[in-house]
Ligand binder design. Sequence first.
Ligand code: NDP
Length: 259
Amino acid sequence: MSANLQQATTATTSLKLAGKVALVTGASRGIGAAIAQRLAQDGATVAITYASSPQRAEEVVAAIKAAGGNALAIKADSANTADVRSAVSHTVEAFGGLDILVNNAGALAAAPITDFSFADYERLIAVNVTAVFVAAQEAARHMKSGGRIINIGSVNSDYVPVAGLSVYALTKGAVASFTRGLARDLGARGITVNNVQPGPIDTEMNPAAGPFADTMRGYLATGKYGTGAQVASLVAYLASDDAANVTGAGLKVDGGFDA
Ligand code: NDP
């Protein structure tokens, strides 16, 4: 083997997630896209889901491939349980297994409780809660020891500093509790389950230049919105062997929202 090839081979195999297969839901943009790209950069083969942005999902896949990784985009509406189940089985069939599930797809609706529509309530429950249960259950059936389930919750499961977020907080509270129970269910099998809780992160869901941003910044020790890449680096750590003893945890990446 030439020195260059040996160097390249060593570099690839020493990546922390080399040989792992990941599925990231809702990764056509925002935090999910950053997570997919970071996991691929660390050596994982990555499947991503999207609901309504095929072109943007393909751009994420193309960026991963251009950087030397392997990725696949799957259309799967998290509000549809059959779609969520088939996204897991599609990943397993395409890549021969599943080691890392990141439940990232999420929906936000804000309104005073007296005006909150039941349709929005049902949508938030479906995407933020039911899809997390379905994907985790399906993934757990395929995962071996060393598996990782990483849920993207929110600081709003613990702190709700403004009115209108009660239903969103309800869903993220469910994610926090489910994470703890699931860690108990899967711990003996060597599978960890954690809840990453971002504070305000600059995305289309919560733009740093949006109408509520100054209020949000007022709650932050840093005074600054975070980035998807900062959330992704915590997810990459949790996905790695380094985090084998971290499970059932809620880990905040929130600019000191709760400091
Ligand atoms: P964005 O709205 O910017 O992006 C959401 C992503 O999820 C898109 O790729 C979108 O794809 C996908 N998605 C939305 N609905 C569905 C669905 N029904 N089925 C499949 N995919 C879907 O959100 P963020 O990146 O900001 O948020 C990601 C996660 O982080 C969410 O769970 C959110 O609750 C959480 N979070 C975000 C915070 C923030 O400040 N941004 C703070 C705390 C938590 P498509 O366009 O194709 O539908």
